[in-house]
Structures are given as structure tokens and as C-alpha cells.
Design a protein around this ligand. Structure first.
Ligand SMILES: [Fe+2]
Length: 645
């Protein structure tokens, strides 16, 4: 297990200082030369390659050819980011290796020449050239290096340039193969060093992007935003590709996995999903424009999964081989600062919980709520997990979301209570605040199924006087703004200890989609709640049952073409939503009829949360973006001031 208790920013100080000063000096020297007008000399300086006779690879083809999944940046720091691409194996095959080895990267400003074996590997084309520049024309690259293509990791390239670049700046990057194929250009921003003052930071977050359920206009709008980075809260892929009798995928968005199954099981199945998702032009554009900070939820492996590698919808027995494959492919395709050790078993092979600091303003604490979590407290049946009366086991101290033996809970509480950053932003996959309907728990796969651990976290926050905690959440395909309290029923709003802001999905079905699906029977497998649960709710509530009957009768007479805008259906949905609002007064804003993204802007005085909605995800073009909600949280107060609803 990676030791996460130490300072997350720690690295050998002499090394960081040396590399940092070097890049800074190179930058100032270039600036000096430019200012004196000797541009030609500046260029020669920038392109000088002191250790090698290998001339830098040059672009010879139109950008993008040979890079079907484009580029991506992730986990930005004050001095770099992880940079990623994948090379089409028909263009070039890379190095065979059991493990990705970052020491093989050969920086062109390196002081010692590489051994002959590396020089010949570069000459053989198993390496690519990475270029980073301050402008997209790459006339004056500020950092260049040869880095391997990882053949056994599906031909991806992963480079960590942390420690190499000055802070608070925008950088452009691209990859060039020995054959002259050049990737699309990506860009990312370096952050403000931990502890330093800054006036604001602005980042977005998203979750739940089922490729087959819709197009990604949400990501297209998000790509256009001015941001420091984007957080992905999970369900980046859906393991389920469905069968036509169950699912209603868009005709041009159907995915078939090599095993021929309705879900991903093999390494090639999972790779096919990531490869296919990354061919989407909007997702590619998002990655090209912003660095992404990613965690997973369940669908990167399997629905409602838990330790030890159990996918309860498929089999209640552990399947460590499938989980390890899912871990590996997530690692291959995600530009995250984590290592993967294939020799270790699935719970140890990688560790995705980690933290990211932005000046003195923000510590983003990212947790893993799937790899180590306990099984469902009250049983594994659908109606034990959803719309259930619950059981006392949810309060059992052994019932853990973060894992009893993973070390994550101790690490998490330590970060929350010792962080020196003003805002503690918790990237949390599933709903933290309770969600009840008709006196039952809506979803024990979320924190309601781990109520004892939730209370423990809240009490730790109170005991340590932790202020300015904001939880950002995905999973439910719903926008929510809620207050976190020790006693949700009895405590007044002024006793809140933090705030939860949930983002709706990019495409995956929301509650309105589910209500519609009761009648159309076009069940999507990316539903946040199983369809039978929504049917059950309408049977339990008399008024809703009558509404369902009326719609069925009308449909039976052939009068109606059912869509989510049908008045009877709208009424049924509104009835359901008003009940949710009534029974969960800590939820101040709730919308489950649209898709979109959220932006969090932090300043020393306040946090501003903005939710955007996108009109129609089943249309390829002509969609509209609208402001859905906006709220402020003043500093030191767990309060939601609604500005727009
Ligand atoms: Fe989801």
C-alpha cells in the first residue's frame, strides 16, 4: 500500500529545487534573448540537445493521425501534471514491460547521456518525443523528452512532469513518433504551490457518462469553460453494454465488447470500452483543454461493487481476476498520479485515494469508495439495497465505506483535521446526506448504508472544529445542494458542519428518465436506481398508483405517445420529487430531470457553486446550456445561500 500518511507534496527537496531552478533559468535565459531581439539564437538554444545525436522527431503528418484516443493531462501540481496518450499499434509498437518505469524517460536537458540500449530503443521508435511549450505553435519548446510507449499497457504513454515546470502557467503539449506522427495538442495549467496565497481557484466536476445513452454535449460545453482543472467523480465508463432487448442505446452509440457478453469481463472488454469512449469528439476535446483529476465509482468495474471484488448483480462470489483487470485498464487510461503493480493482488495493486493542493485555498481530498468497502448492510437483493426499511447493521462500526484494513479512513480523517488549506473539498463518489422516501431508505449503496461510519466522520469534524468542508458528489444522476449535520432530523440548520453539492450525470438516466422507462420499458442499465424500485414506489403510494393507472389506460387506448414531457407523466414525476423534498429537509435544492456539470469557485471570502444544465443529450447538435442552480457558502459557515434556482 502506498504510504498516504506522509505529506502529499513531499519529494526530495534538493531534487525539486534543482529541476525547478533549471527550468526557471532556461525560461529566463530565453526571455532575455527574446527581449534583446535575438530570436534565432533563442530558438537554437531551445532546440539544443546536449546528450544525444538523435535529432528530435519532427511532425510529418497531420495532427491526430495515429493517436485515436487523442491526449489527456491529469493530476496537475504547481510544477507539472501527468501527460497521457495512446499510439495506434499499426503505426508503432512500444516497449514490452511488466511494469511502467518512469526512470526510462530521457529529458533532452538531461546532464548524463542515456546508455546505448536506450538510444537504440529511441531510434527503433519504441519511444515518442514529448514536447511542452508556452504556445501552441511549439516554436520554442521549454521541455522535451523521449518517453516509452508501453506495449503491454495497450500502447499508452504516461509521463509525470511534476517538478519540471514553473507554477501558475498554461502549457501546451504534444507527442511525436519516430515515424513523424504527431498527436493533437493538449493543454493544462500548473497550480499555485501549496501554502501560497491566491485570490481564487475555479474547477468543474462531472460524473456518470454512459456512452450509449446519449451524446456528450455536456462535455463540449465544459471544454469551453475557463478552469484550473476538471474533477471526474466516477462512472467514466459503464461496464454494461446491454443487449438490445434491455437497453435503448442510440443507434450510432452501440458498443460490442470482444467477449460478446452484455458486460465487460476481460481485459480486452474493458480496453474496448475506454478506447471507444475516448473516440467521442466531445470527451476528447475536454481532455485536450483541461487537466482531469479522476476517481472511480462502481461502473469502472461493476454495478454496486464492494470488497472483496464482488459484483453483486453478476455473482455474489469474489472475482479478483476481473477486478484486477478493471484496475489495470483504469490505470492504463487514466492520467492519474498512481502506480500499478501487477504482481500484487487486486486490493494492493493500486491506490487511488490521494490529495491535491491549490495554494492556501484548497485541499482536494479524493477517496476510493469501491475497492475496500463492505458489502450491503441489509442484504444483497435489489429491495434490500434500495427503497428499504433498513436494518441496524448500517450502524455497525465494521460496516465501512472507506475500508477497515485499507488505512484509508485514518488517512482521510487525518487530512480533514490537519489540512492547512482554507477549503477542504471532499471528492466523494456516492451521496453523503440521507435520502428517504415514504419512510424508507432510497439507496443503501450510498452513505445511508454506512451510517455509523458517516456519524464517526461528522463527529470527528465537530470535535476538531473543522470548518469550510464541501463535499462534491456524483452517482445519483441528480443535482442536489444539502446541509451535513450530526443529527439530520433534530439539528437546526445552523448546526450544520458542512455542505454537499451533487452533480447530475453527463448522460446516464436520471429519475425522470426512470419514471418514463416504467411505461416505455426501454430500460437503461445506467439507472441510478433499479427500475423495479421506481415501480415499487408507485405501488406503495396510493396517489402515484392512481396516476400510473391513468397513464397505462391512456396508453392502452393508443391515445398517447409517451415522452417525458407528457402532462400525466410530468405530474407523476413532480409528485415523486415533492415527496423527496418533504422528507429530506436538509436537501435545499434537488433536480433529477436534466444533465450537466457543476463549477466550484473558491476565494478566501466564499465558495460559489454553479450548476449548468444541457437541454438534450440524445441530439447530436443544437443543444442549449442553461444556468440551473447557483449558491454561495460564506467562509467559516456551513450555510447555503441560494442565488439562483
Ligand atoms: Fe452512474
Amino acid at each position: 500500500m502506498v504510504d498516504r500518511m506522509k505529506d502529499p507534496d513531499s519529494k526530495p527537496a534538493h531534487l525539486e529545487r534543482r529541476v525547478f531552478l533549471k527550468s526557471l533559468l532556461a525560461g529566463s535565459a530565453l526571455l532575455l534573448l527574446e527581449n534583446t531581439g535575438i530570436d534565432r539564437i533563442a530558438q537554437a538554444f531551445a532546440q539544443e540537445s546536449p546528450w544525444t545525436s538523435i535529432p528530435p522527431f519532427q511532425p510529418q503528418h497531420p495532427p491526430g493521425l495515429g493517436f485515436p484516443q487523442s491526449v489527456a493531462a491529469g493530476d496537475p501540481t504547481a510544477s507539472g501534471a501527468i501527460l497521457w496518450t495512446r499510439i495506434d499499434p499499426s503505426i508503432q509498437t512500444g516497449l514490452a514491460a511488466t511494469q511502467v518505469d518512469s526512470s526510462l524517460i530521457q529529458w533532452l536537458d538531461g546532464e548524463t547521456p542515456p546508455p546505448d540500449s536506450i538510444v537504440s530503443a529511441i531510434n527503433n521508435g519504441t519511444f515518442v518525443l514529448l514536447e511542452i511549450a508556452n504556445s501552441p505553435d511549439f516554436k520554442k519548446p521549454i521541455l522535451r523528452g523521449y518517453t516509452p510507449i508501453w506495449k503491454d499497457y495497450d500502447q499508452v504513454v504516461k509521463v509525470d512532469v511534476d517538478g519540471k515546470l514553473p507554477p501558475r502557467s498554461l502549457y501546451y503539449y504534444r507527442f511525436i513518433t519516430q515515424t513523424g506522427h504527431v498527436s493533437p495538442t493538449g493543454r493544462f495549467k500548473t497550480l499555485v504551490p501549496a501554502g501560497q496565497d491566491l485570490s481564487s481557484t475555479r474547477f468543474a466536476y462531472i460524473s456518470c457518462q454512459d456512452f450509449s445513452s446519449g451524446y456528450f454535449p455536456v462535455l463540449n460545453y465544459l471544454a469551453e469553460e475557463e478552469l484550473d482543472f476538471v474533477v471526474h467523480l466516477g462512472d467514466y465508463i459503464y461496464e454494461s453494454v446491454g443487449k438490445s432487448i434491455y437497453q435503448d442505446p442510440l443507434p450510432d452509440r452501440k458498443i460490442t465488447v470482444p467477449s460478446g457478453e452484455s458486460k465487460a469481463f476481460t481485459i480486452e472488454d474493458y480496453r474496448t470500452l475506454y478506447r471507444t469512449y475516448r473516440t467521442d469528439p466531445d470527451l476528447r476535446r475536454l481532455h485536450e483543454n483541461h487537466a482531469m483529476v479522476s476517481i472511480w465509482d462502481d461502473h469502472e468495474f461493476a454495478n454496486d461493487s464492494y470488497y472483496p471484488a464482488v459484483a453483486p448483480d453478476d455473482n455474489t462470489a469474489s472475482n479478483p481476476v476481473r477486478r484486477q483487470v478493471a484496475n489495470r485498464v483504469w490505470y492504463e487510461y487514466t492520467p492519474a498520479r498512481v502506480t500499478f503493480d501487477p504482481k500484487k493482488e487486486f486490493a494492493e495493486s493500486l491506490c487511488i485515494y490521494r490529495t491535491l493542493r491549490i495554494g492556501n485555498l484548497c485541499e482536494l481530498i479524493l477517496t476510493d469508495q469501491r475497492l475496500y468497502r463492505s458489502s450491503h448492510a441489509c442484504g444483497s437483493g435489489t429491495l434490500d439495497r434500495y427503497f428499504t426499511k433498513g436494518c441496524t447493521a448500517v450502524n455497525d462500526p465494521k460496516q465501512s465505506m472507506l475500508g477497515i484494513h485499507s488505512g484509508q479512513k485514518e488517512w482521510f480523517l487525518n487530512r480533514l483535521t490537519t489540512s492547512k488549506a482554507q477549503w477542504k473539498i471532499w471528492a466523494n463518489e456516492v451521496q453523503f446526506t440521507p435520502l428517504k422516501l415514504l419512510g424508507r431508505w432510497m439507496n443503501l449503496d450510498a452513505w445511508d448504508g454506512f451510517a455509523g461510519e458517516r456519524l464517526d466522520i461528522i463527529r470527528t469534524l465537530k470535535k476538531n472544529h473543522v470548518k469550510n468542508l464541501i463535499t462534491i458528489t456524483g452517482d445519483l444522476h441528480t443535482f442536489e445542494a444539502s446541509l451535513i449535520k450530526e443529527d439530520f432530523k433534530k439539528d437546526a440548520d445552523r448546526k450544520a458542519v458542512g455542505v454537499e453539492f451533487m452533480v447530475g450525470s453527463v448522460t446516464s438516466s436520471n429519475v425522470l428518465d426512470l419514471v418514463t422507462q416504467i411505461f416505455t420499458k426501454s430500460q437503461s442499465l445506467s439507472n441510478p436506481l433499479p427500475l423495479e424500485v421506481i415501480e415499487k414506489i408507485t405501488q406503495v403510494d396510493k396517489e402515484m398508483a392512481q396516476q400510473v393507472k391513468a397513464i397505462k389506460e391512456e396508453k392502452h387506448k393508443g391515445i398517447t405517445e409517451l415522452s417525458s414531457s407528457h402532462p400525466l407523466l410530468k405530474k407523476l414525476f413532480e409528485n415523486l420529487i415533492s415527496l423527496i423534498r418533504l422528507e429530506n429537509p436538509w436537501i435545499k435544492l434537488f433536480n433529477s430531470s436534466t444533465h450537466g456539470y457543476c463549477i466550484l469557485e473558491l476565494s478566501p471570502a466564499k465558495a460559489t457553486w454553479t450548476a449548468y444544465s444541457v437541454s438534450d443529450i440524445r441530439k447530436k447538435s443544437g443543444t442549449k446550456k442553461t444556468l440551473l442552480f447557483q449558491c454561495e457558502v460564506p467562509k467559516d459557515k456551513a450555510k447555503i445561500r441560494i442565488l439562483h434556482k
